[in-house]
Design a protein around this ligand. Structure first.
Ligand SMILES: Cc1cc2nc3c(=O)[nH]c(=O)nc-3n(C[C@H](O)[C@H](O)[C@H](O)COP(=O)(O)OP(=O)(O)OC[C@H]3O[C@@H](n4cnc5c(N)ncnc54)[C@H](O)[C@@H]3O)c2cc1C
Length: 443
């Protein structure tokens, strides 16, 4: 079995890894358009500050990521977040700690008494009668009320998807939460029932020593495959026995092809082979996000915690500020501090596309306004992601159903990336394991 994988992000690498686990004799060629693998998992070392351009970690309560790390023999790279990183903050009208217990929720100034009572009323709110799609805003307003949605859900969806409750589909982006309503009629009732059934520990935020790139670089060496970097695939054509994979100065034949590139790149690659799939892939929208890393040789601020997210109503230019050096100790040398600021998303897409100087100015200003830090950083690093994260808008599930139904007509062609069923590293890894099973025909 001769297989092409297009795209060397975590989805492509994990798919390759599991194909070899399930079928060691499979021959794999992985094509990547950049000169490095990892895609959105990429660490840059600037004067000893380890700056993540994208993801910085994953929660340990989903088994598939830890299984991949273990099977690839890379457990020695695992890095646990500091205990302080459990503390998260929200900036709505002022900077407040995210309540983690019922008592803290009662005391938090983030919601009014009326807003809190409305949250408690969730248990009595009637369940939706059908399975139709709806925005997170509509879902939130129905279940937990406007205030909770505009503060907590708004900040959370900015942090995970760089989106807004209005612009994202609840069933596509938060399937487990929507399932609670469908199965138990109420989120509270569902959570209580689940807690009784699965009394397991909550997840711990984990990453890798030296940043996520260390893991990617090591994983790359553990998979027996042919890796072709700096090669942007332009087209995949059907031929008699399988497929022809085409780029400038290269044409290679394969039995099967797995597209692990972002939806808009896969759409271009499939334009001739399946105009219908291609059109639907182009419909998957992406949110722009710029990441600004700021390193300080000395900073009088204890930065105890994971960081903060702002709400739309706070009307700040920054979506959030991550206190990276207090989450993972090795992101800055002892005594130094590293912050990462996120700008843009669906809330303010145009801000993410501003030039570097303007982005740095906005980041520094955000840190000053929200955290009261008014000193110049010693280093800055900007990564502009014009298309950072897929925005699963209302209609996403119907759209991907058409894509995957149509895909069944093209035997041997597969699609797998964060564009379809989850954007977190845990989702990408578990979806890639499933995809590998389908490719080798064991599921
Ligand atoms: C700013 C940011 C912060 C994030 N933080 C977190 C976090 O803390 N935790 C978490 O769990 N998740 C986080 N995520 C999400 C997570 O990083 C991504 O969902 C995940 O890394 C996507 O992996 P992927 O392999 O599906 O896609 P990508 O990483 O986008 O990889 C796709 C690859 O395909 C290649 N490619 C594209 N076109 C072609 C072509 N024509 N030919 C060859 N190669 C091609 C690209 O160069 C790229 O390497 C974050 C994302 C961003 C942007």
């Amino acid at each position: 079995m001769n297989i092409a994988i297009i795209g060397g992000g975590i989805s492509g690498l994990t798919t390759a890894f599991y194909i070899k686990q399930f079928k060691p004799e499979a021959k794999i060629t992985l094509f990547e358009k950049e000169d490095y693998l990892g895609g959105k998992m990429h660490t840059v070392n600037k004067n000893g500050f380890l700056i993540e351009e994208g993801s910085n970690g994953f929660l340990s309560n989903k088994p598939d990521t830890l299984e991949l790390v273990k099977l690839s023999g890379l457990e020695n790279l695992l890095l646990r977040s500091s205990d302080n990183a459990r503390k998260r903050y929200i900036f709505h009208k002022s900077l407040e700690i995210l309540p983690e217990s019922a008592m803290a929720f009662i005391k938090t100034p983030l919601l009014s008494i009326k807003g809190k009572l409305r949250v408690l009323g969730e248990i009595f709110a009637p369940a939706k009668k059908d399975d139709s799609d709806e925005s997170l805003q509509d879902f939130g307003y129905r279940r937990v009320g406007k205030e909770m949605t505009d503060v907590f859900l708004d900040a959370m969806v900015a942090g995970i998807y760089a989106s807004t409750p209005k612009k994202i589909s609840a069933p596509a982006a938060f399937p487990a939460v929507v399932k609670l309503e469908r199965e138990y009629g109420s989120l509270f009732r569902g959570m209580i029932a689940k807690k009784k059934k699965e009394a397991g520990p909550g997840g711990i935020l984990m990453s890798f020593k030296g940043g996520v790139s260390t893991f990617i670089e090591q994983l790359e060496t553990k998979i027996d495959m042919n890796i072709i970097k700096n090669k942007e695939i332009q087209k995949v054509q059907k031929n008699e026995n399988g497929f022809k994979v085409i780029s400038d100065e290269l044409e290679m034949d394969f039995d099967k092809v797995v597209l692990c590139s972002p939806a808009y790149d896969s759409a271009k690659i499939l334009q001739n082979l399946s105009p219908t799939i291609s059109k639907k892939l182009f419909d998957i929208e992406y949110s722009p996000v710029s990441v600004i890393g700021l390193g300080y040789d000395a900073l009088e601020h204890d930065l105890e915690g994971f960081g903060l997210l702002t709400t739309s109503e706070a009307k700040k230019e920054v979506l959030g500020i991550l206190w990276d050096s207090s989450i993972f100790f090795d992101r800055a040398e002892k005594g130094k501090k590293l912050l990462r600021v996120m700008i843009g998303g669906q809330r303010n897409p145009n801000l993410a596309l501003k030039n570097e100087d303007e982005l740095i100015k906005m980041a520094i200003n955000g840190i000053k306004e929200i955290m009261n830090i008014d000193i110049k950083p010693n280093i800055v690093y900007v990564k502009k992601h014009v298309k950072a994260i897929p925005n699963y808008k209302v209609g996403h599930l119907a759209n991907i159903k058409i894509i995957f139904d149509k895909l069944k007509d093209i035997n041997g062609l597969f699609l797998n990336s964060n564009a379809y069923n989850g954007v977190g590293l845990n989702d990408c890894i578990s979806n890639s394991k499933k995809c590998a099973k389908t490719v080798v025909g064991i599921e």
